[in-house]
Design a protein around this ligand. Structure first.
Ligand SMILES: Cc1ncc(COP(=O)(O)O)c(C=O)c1O
Length: 286
């Protein structure tokens, strides 16, 4: 019975993906029509699985955005490749709680291999730690938490034990074209979005390195974090990471400040990771 259901579902997916190249990029929206097919009163009891799948396809598929198609250029969203689509199906089928070696040894090794390959692909040090998180929000929060720990530990403050009350003030520099999730992460981590020192961006949305240098030169002694961006969500622009890190290092020589991509911020990448179980995820390197 499961096999029949899965084959039927896979056929629905294959039919959708075959047609998506010629489908409109954005659907004609009729939310009431969707609600009429999949909504209504809570059913009295279980329904046949085939019926549920068919209802979803009939009701929801007409309002899909063709993000996997060749004419979708919104944000910096990448389309799912055939291999990652199939691996995702396997991951769902295997249904592993993939959080450590005990609950799922196989998933742990997949994560290990995918992380090591991504570090190599991105030119990051092989001994950098990494993690796969739920999305941009999770990635920026983890990176900023790691940076918060690092700069405050250097200033002699144990933020995990003592929190932020009474902690040295941390200066946070980011481009005026930073991703919206940076501000939200700052609020979540107790810095507050008002802690941001904004640096000018160029016409393409990358951080202006000269403006960053000036801002760094004006940075008072004390802990500071620089947020950099590899892939502006609107234009795709990449900050000049090399130049930014170099100028941060130049200023790191002064007083107690410490700088560097690994030491200061980590990085957040908006690409889908090509491994089973983590299709909608972001990579965090630190
Ligand atoms: C306004 C806004 N909030 C949140 C996110 C991030 O969502 P997620 O954490 O699911 O990647 C995005 C996506 O880029 C966004 O544009």
């Amino acid at each position: 019975m499961l096999e029949k259901l899965l084959v039927r579902t896979a056929r629905h997916i294959a039919a959708y993906r075959t047609a998506v190249d010629d489908a409109p990029v954005f659907p004609t929206l009729d939310f009431d029509a969707v609600r009429a097919v999949i909504g209504g009163p809570l059913p009295d009891g279980p329904q046949a699985a085939e019926l549920v799948v068919d209802q979803l396809v009939a009701g929801v598929e007409p309002v899909m955005v063709s993000t996997t198609g060749p004419r979708y250029f919104g944000f910096v969203i990448g389309g799912a490749l055939p291999a990652s689509t199939a691996a995702e199906l396997l991951a769902v089928g295997w249904d592993q709680p993939a959080y450590n070696h005990l609950s799922s040894p196989g998933s742990a090794v997949v994560e290990e291999v995918a992380g090591a390959w991504l570090l190599e692909l991105l030119g990051l040090p092989a001994d950098a730690s990494f993690g796969f998180v739920t999305g941009a929000q999770g990635a920026n929060t983890v990176c900023l938490a790691a940076a918060r720990h690092h700069v405050l530990a250097n200033a002699g403050w144990d933020v995990e034990r003592d929190g932020l009350t009474g902690a040295p003030v941390v200066r946070i520099l980011a481009s005026e074209e930073r991703h919206a999730t940076v501000d939200r992460s700052l609020r979540l981590l107790g810095f507050g979005s008002g802690s941001l020192d904004l640096v000018r961006a160029d016409d393409n949305g990358a951080i202006d390195i000269t403006a960053l240098r000036h801002a760094l030169a004006e940075t008072p002694e004390g802990p500071a974090i620089v947020c950099l961006q590899a892939g502006n969500v609107n234009t795709g622009a990449c900050d000049d990471l090399g130049a930014a890190v170099e100028s941060a290092h130049e200023h790191g020589g002064m007083g107690s400040r410490r700088w560097g991509l690994r030491a200061v911020g980590g990085c957040e990448s908006d690409q889908e990771a090509p491994c089973a179980g983590y299709r909608d995820c972001r990579l965090v390197g630190y």
